[in-house]
Design a protein around this ligand. Structure first.
Ligand SMILES: [Cu+2]
Length: 455
C-alpha cells in the first residue's frame, strides 16, 4: 500500500475537484476513495516582511493543504514524517475508528523521523473539521502544523461560494525567529498569546464576494490559546458549530470560538458593493479579522440553504449514567528532573493531572463506559480561566449550561468559562480509548488531559 502510494507521489500542483481548488499535494478520487499525502517537514516561510521563520509545515505550507473529503466515503491519507522528531496526526472532530485517531501511546506508536503511517477512516458527518499533530503539540502546532479538513455533504448543499478562514497567531521575534511558546506563569493562567495574528497564513486577508450572493464561510480557530468572538458587519447566520448543523440557524452577533473550535456562517451578502468585515469583538471594541470586498455581479437567486443534520446517535437520557468531571487549578512545580528542568503541573481533571508529559506511562482512564449506553458528563470549570474542552471520537450533545436548559446542539468542543458548569451527553457507540482534554495547548501539556475508555 505504501509503495503504490509512494509511486503516485505528490503532485505539487493545484488540482481542481468539483470546482473547488485543492492546495498542496493530492490525487483524484479513485473508486470513491480519496487519497492524500501529507508530508510534515521543516520549511522556512516569511511571515514578517524581510524575515524568515523556521516553520514546520504540511507539504511546505502553513496552514497545510485543505483536505476535502466526502461524507460516508472512505479516505486513505499517507502521512510522512520528515521532522527531526516523532509525530502523529489527529483528525479533530471526526467520529472515526480508534486506530486512526492519532494519539501516540494510546491509539498508535509515534511515527519516527523518516517514518510513515497510513490513516484510513470514513467520516459519517459532514462539516468543518481540522487536523494537527498530537505529539509535542505546543511546539508542533506552534511551528505551524495545522490544516483544515472539510467533509462535504453526501448530497451537496449549494452556496454561491464556499470559503474558509484559518485563524492562527504566531509567537515571533522581530527577526522572524520563534519566541517562546510558553512560560510557567502563562501556562498556569490563560496561556501564552501569540503576537503575530494570521488568517489563512497571511497577515491580512481579503475575500471577494458577489453582491446579493449567499456564501458559506467556515471559520476555524487553529490557535494554541486564543478565544475569538466572531462577529460581522453584514447579515450572517450561524448555521453550524464544530461541524454540526444547528437545529435552527441563529443570527450572528458575537460567537465565542475557543482554541480548536469552528463555526460555519451563511453570509447574506448585501446588494451594495463595498468593503465589509469579519470581526473579533472585544467588549465595545471590534477588530477586523478579514475584509470582504463586495463587487457587483449576477448570481441566481438562492433561498437560505439548510444543512441536513449529522447522524449523531439518539440519546437515551432516561437511562443515562452521570459522570462528574471537574477541572481544577493545581499550581505546583514538580521537583527538577534529570534534565534540570521543572516538570510543571498546573491543572487537574477530577483531582488528577496528566503528569507524564507524554503517553509512555498511561494513567487509568477517567471513566470506563459500556458500549451502547448513554452517559451525561457533568462538566465543571472550577478555575478562573476559560477552557475549550474537547473529546476525541464523539460528537456530544450540550443539554444545559449553568443549569439553564438549552435547545440541545451537537459539538466536539465546549468552551467553559470561569466557574461554568455544563451537562453534555454521548452515546458510547465507538469502542476504544479516547482523549479528553482542554484545547489550550499549554493546559493539556501541564495536566488538563485524560482519556475515556469505551468497551
Ligand atoms: Cu484549558
Amino acid at each position: 500500500m505504501l509503495m503504490s502510494l509512494t509511486r503516485r507521489r505528490c503532485l505539487q500542483t493545484l488540482l481542481t475537484f468539483g470546482g473547488l481548488a485543492l492546495g498542496g499535494c493530492a490525487t483524484r478520487p479513485r473508486h470513491s476513495t480519496y487519497e492524500y499525502e501529507l508530508i510534515l517537514k521543516p520549511q522556512s516561510i516569511s511571515l514578517i516582511p524581510g524575515t524568515s521563520t523556521p516553520a514546520w509545515t504540511f507539504n511546505g505550507t502553513s496552514p497545510g493543504p485543505t483536505l476535502r473529503l466526502r461524507q460516508n466515503h472512505p479516505v486513505r491519507i499517507l502521512v510522512r514524517n520528515e521532522l527531526p522528531e516523532p509525530t502523529t496526526i489527529h483528525w479533530h472532530g471526526i467520529r472515526l475508528n480508534n486506530a486512526a485517531d492519532g494519539v501516540p501511546g494510546l491509539t498508535q506508536d509515534p511515527i519516527p523521523p523518516g517514518g510513515a503511517f497510513v490513516y484510513e477512516f470514513t467520516c459519517p458527518d459532514a462539516g468543518t473539521f481540522w487536523y494537527h499533530p498530537h505529539f509535542n503539540s505546543l511546539e508542533q502546532l506552534g511551528r505551524g502544523l495545522v490544516g483544515l479538513l472539510i467533509v462535504e455533504e453526501e448530497n451537496p448543499v449549494f452556496f454561491h461560494q464556499d470559503l474558509s478562514l484559518a485563524l492562527k497567531d504566531w509567537h515571533l521575534n522581530a527577526d522572524g525567529s520563534f519566541a517562546p511558546f510558553t512560560s510557567h506563569r502563562a501556562a498556569a493562567r490563560a496561556g501564552t498569546l501569540g503576537n503575530h495574528p494570521t488568517v489563512n497564513g497571511k497577515t491580512s486577508e481579503r475575500l471577494t464576494l458577489t453582491a446579493g450572493s449567499v456564501v458559506r464561510l467556515r471559520i476555524a480557530n487553529m490557535d494554541n490559546t486564543r478565544v475569538f468572538n466572531i462577529g460581522a458587519d453584514l447579515p450572517a447566520m450561524v448555521i453550524a458549530v464544530e461541524g454540526n448543523p444547528l437545529p435552527r440557524p441563529i443570527p450572528l452577533e458575537s460567537h465565542p470560538l475557543g482554541a480548536g473550535m469552528r463555526v460555519d456562517l451563511a453570509l447574506q451578502v448585501p446588494q451594495t458593493p463595498g468593503v465589509y468585515q469579519i470581526l473579533d469583538r472585544k467588549g465595545r471594541f471590534a477588530f477586523s479579522l478579514c475584509e470582504l470586498e463586495v463587487v457587483p455581479g449576477q448570481v441566481p437567486p438562492l433561498p437560505m440553504p439548510s444543512l441536513p443534520p449529522n447522524p449523531v446517535p439518539a440519546l437515551d437520557l432516561a437511562n443515562a449514567e452521570r459522570i462528574p468531571l471537574s477541572f481544577e487549578w493545581a499550581g505546583a512545580l514538580s521537583p527538577v528532573g534529570e534534565d534540570g528542568k521543572a516538570d510543571p503541573v498546573f491543572w487537574t481533571i477530577n483531582k488528577r493531572a496528566w503528569a507524564e508529559h507524554n503517553h509512555q506511562h498511561l494513567p487509568d482512564p477517567l471513566a470506563t463506559l459500556r458500549m451502547g449506553r448513554t452517559y451525561i458528563f457533568e462538566l465543571y470549570n472550577a478555575t478562573p480561566h476559560p477552557h475549550p474542552i474537547h473529546l476525541h471520537g464523539f460528537t456530544f450533545t450540550v443539554l444545559s449550561v449553568n443549569q439553564q436548559m438549552l435547545e440541545p446542539y451537537h459539538t466536539d468542543t465546549i468552551l467553559l468559562g470561569k466557574n461554568q458548569r455544563a451537562e453534555v451527553a454521548i452515546v458510547a457507540d465507538n469502542p476504544g480509548d479516547w482523549m479528553f482534554h482542554c484545547h489550550v495547548i499549554e493546559h493539556l501539556e501541564t495536566g488538563l488531559m485524560g482519556y475515556i475508555r469505551v468497551t
